[in-house]
Ligand binder design. Structure first.
Ligand code: GAR
Length: 223
């Protein structure tokens, strides 16, 4: 069992997987520090890139930071086994992919059934996969956004939990659009994590139901 002593209730102990800058991780850590994320807590951060700045953000927040270079493992499965083993002492019961640039196999996903979420920088199912912002600009859409979704065996195909739209104006480049999308993600990802921990999100097939939180004093209360 990976979920500590709460196998049947909502997840509370979230591990965050990262590969890069970690601005979404920071949004989670900041809210955890001020109590806004409760009852969710961030129990560990792991990266497949040891040099990822996101790991420094975790260390600065006093959260265990795990570096596992996927290139030093002979196979995807061996990497995932090592990742599961490294996470186990922290007893996470859910996983947030926040800029984690490795596809996870059913081997890893099976350890956290329906409890792995991802944030993707497009309005899925448009522009799945790598380079979503560049894809959107090349296609010429005038609205894009971000999607927080459950992760299944397909790439960026799992049930959608929440989305936010972001405009693209003539002349906008990828840097501008990325900043706009990330500002939306920084509010939406923590809101989803908290709603999950509060047991307000359920999933039947592809249909995700979110029970509104209804806290009028909370600017982050997007869900
Ligand atoms: C985020 O914008 C996230 O949507 C994207 O990586 C960024 C990570 O930024 N994820 C993907 O593209 C996954 N396909 P961050 O490291 O600053 O949080």
């Amino acid at each position: 069992m990976t979920g500590g002593d709460r196998p049947h209730g909502p997840p509370r102990r979230f591990a965050v997987l990262v590969s890069g800058t970690g601005s979404n991780l920071q949004a989670l850590l900041d809210r955890a520090a001020t109590g806004v994320l409760a009852p969710a807590e961030i129990v560990a951060v792991a990266s497949n890139r040891p040099e990822a700045a996101a790991l420094d953000r975790a260390r600065a927040a006093g959260v265990p930071a795990i570096a596992l270079d996927h290139r030093s493992f002979p196979s995807r499965e061996a990497f995932e086994d090592a990742l599961l083993a490294a996470l186990a002492p922290h007893a996470p019961d859910a996983i947030v992919l926040a800029g984690f640039m490795r596809v996870l196999t059913p081997r890893f996903l099976g350890a956290f059934p329906d409890r792995v979420i991802n944030t993707h920088p497009s309005l899925l199912p448009a522009f799945a996969g790598a380079g979503a912002i560049e894809q959107a600009l090349a296609y010429g859409v005038t609205i894009t956004g971000c999607t927080v979704h459950f992760v299944d065996a397909g790439v960026d195909q799992g049930p959608i939990i929440a989305q936010r739209a972001v405009p693209i104006a003539p002349g906008d480049d990828a840097t501008i659009v990325r900043a706009r999308i990330q500002a939306a993600e920084h509010a939406l990802v923590p809101a989803v994590v908290r709603a999950l921990a509060q047991g307000r999100i359920s999933c039947e097939g592809r249909r995700v139901v979110v029970v509104p939180g209804g806290d009028p004093d909370d600017a982050d209360q997007l869900l």
